[in-house]
Structure formats: structure tokens, C-alpha cells
Design a binder for this molecule. Sequence first.
Ligand SMILES: [Cu+2]
Length: 412
Amino acid sequence: MKNKIISLLGGVAIMVTSLTALYAPQAGAHGERSQEPFLRMRTVHWYDTNFSTNRVAVNSEMTMTGKFLLAEAWPEVIMKPDVAFLHVAEPGPAVAKVESWLNGVPAAKSFKLELGKTYEYKIIVRGRKPGEAHIHPMLNVQSAGGLVGPGQWTLIEGNYEDFTYPVTTLTGETIDLNTYGFANVVKWHIIWAIPALFWLLWWIRRPVFIPRFLMVQNGEEDALITGTDKKVAIAMFIGTMVLVTMSSNSAKEAYPIQIPLQSAIIPVEALPVTPQNSAVKAKILKANYRIPGRSMTMTLDVTNGSATPIKLAEFNSANVRFTNSLIPTLAKTDSAELWAKGGLHVQGEPTIYPGETARLEIEASDALWETERLSSLIGDPDSAFGGVLYFHGADGKTYMEEISGPIIPTFQ
Ligand SMILES: [Cu+2]
């Protein structure tokens, strides 16, 4: 009997171990969830995100388009987007950026952007490394870091060996950016490594630290540097100067026309303010986050300054969409994995008529609060949240309003 139990337990143990070994989920995330909730909820509100495809061959292109609203509730602890650069967030260079545009202006350089304003972007990427990659639009803000938009799992098909990135330089020469200058970089690293290594070995071949320390203690420091050392040092100095001059001349000879790296900040005008993004005003009276229920409740007064009756359709925070199942869904293009379908409940589902102010009691609940690690906002020294409310107008248009404010956790 005892042996039977032991062998049974052994069998279970083996099964569990082998099942655990079989269960090896793909390391999917690449850091977007580890960012503090305040950085994701109160900075860039991405919307209308669209990816032209979710399968792209090596060397073929995919286009990302969409808009973002810069939060007026921008956290004080990070710098404002005075130097911002539009880019792509991806796990390693799975795709290469080809072009990017912000409000129709080429986005090769950085921009100075304004809070409370809306911008429209377009990013074109080229399939590079085969495999499945999670790709996002991203706004890099100086000192704040990368603020990522909604991601999409994208399948990149083909062979990495086939990847090319041809560009025509200002002098009319066509080069492959993927390999251009690589041999030269390797060559100059080796050339500089030789004297560096020699200089290092010259000194460490003799007794180092403690014997030398003792010699200094005994007043024998003059014996530490010999005449040969001095001669070698002078030779090294002259050699380095000669090498610098030679390398500079050889670069000038190989590339007679040179321009410095461009680093200017270019101005870009924000999208014009429309009734869709200015007519509706919301004032938060109370916001709570209920930890066991993974749900957020809010009481707010909404004033409809538009010319059409509106209903609340969506609450979006940190790219997580909480949508109202009773209202026709807005844009469907955002990544499905961040979509809490039917996660938004509005008590009484009131229609707010033009000129009217209504008090809304809303609840946004879904496990995504936990899986997207947004619930950790209760650990911030200033527990505050941010997001955007989207209202569905009877005229078929979408009206939006940014909201933000303190949030109080409830523990039961
Ligand atoms: Cu991602």
C-alpha cells in the first residue's frame, strides 16, 4: 500500500514536472507593462491606431497611422515634450523604420509638442528579421523615455539574409544601409585596439597595485617610472596624434562631401481644435479603484456643448479600452489584446442632450487592470489616474474629453 502511494506520488510529480516543461509561454512583453502607470495613463493618449497589415515579408512595407492627444494632466515629475521623437517600439530591430510623418511634416528630427493638443502620425516600416514581433508606435520624450502606443503582433516572413535597405544619398550614390560602413567600423576598431592593448600590457606586465603602493609608501616612487617608460609614452603620444591625423585625412579622401549629424528641433502645428475634441466637458467628483474587483468607479458631471445628443461609449486609459456593449463600437482597429469589450458600465445609460449637464456613475472593470499592471497605480505617491472618455454622438461622430484626477483605492 505504502509503495503504491509512493509510486503514485512519483508519477504525479513526473507528470507535473513534464507538463511544466511543456508549458513555456513565449516571452511576449518587451517592457511596456513595466512602465509606471502614471507614465502610461497621463502622458500620450493614442487613438485611431491602424496597422496596414499584420503579416509583412522581409523588405516589404507596413504602415502605422493614428492620432495622439498629449495629456494636459502631464505628470510634473517628467519633462514636457519639448524634445520629442516619433519612433517604433519593438523587441530588437524586427522592422526597420523607413519614413515617419507628424501632421504631414517629415519626422526625421525631433519636435517640440504642446500639451492638450492632438497630432496625427504616419510611420512606415520595412520587414527585417523573420518571426513574430510586437510592434508599437512610440513617442520618445527627452528625460521621460519612450511612451508607447497600442502594439500589434506582426508576422515577419522570409529570410533575414535577403534583407536590404537601399537609400540614395544626397550625392546620388545608392547604398545599402544594412551593411554600409560596417567593414570600416570593424577595421578602425581593430586599428585602435592594437595600441590600446599594447599600452595596457606595457604597464600590467610588471607588479601592480600592492608592490607599487608599498614603493610609494617608502618614498621610492621615482623608481616606478623608468627612462624606457618615458620613451614609450612619448612614442605612444606621437603615434596617436599621427593615427588621428591619418584617419581624419583618409575619411576626408573617401568621403569628400560631409554634413554633420542633424539634430535641430522642427516646429509642427497641432491639429486644429474641432467640436469633436472640445465640445464635451467632464468634471470628476469621485474616483475609486476596488482592488478585489479589479474595477474602477467614477462619478462625474458631463456637459454637452455639442449640437447633438451624446452617450458615453468608451473609457480609454494607457491604451486599454473599456467599451460599452450597449453602444455601437468606435474604431475597431486598436490591438484586440488591450480591449475590455463590455468592460464599461454606465448607470442608467443616460443620453446627454445639447446644453445639458448630466451626472454619470460609471464602472470600468476587467482583468486587464491587473494584467496590464495598471492597478499598481495605488502604489504611487500621488495616486492619480488619467484617460480619455469617448462619446457617441447621434450625428455619428465621436466626441472626446480627457479626464484625470486623484483616485482612492478600496480594499474590499
Ligand atoms: Cu509590445
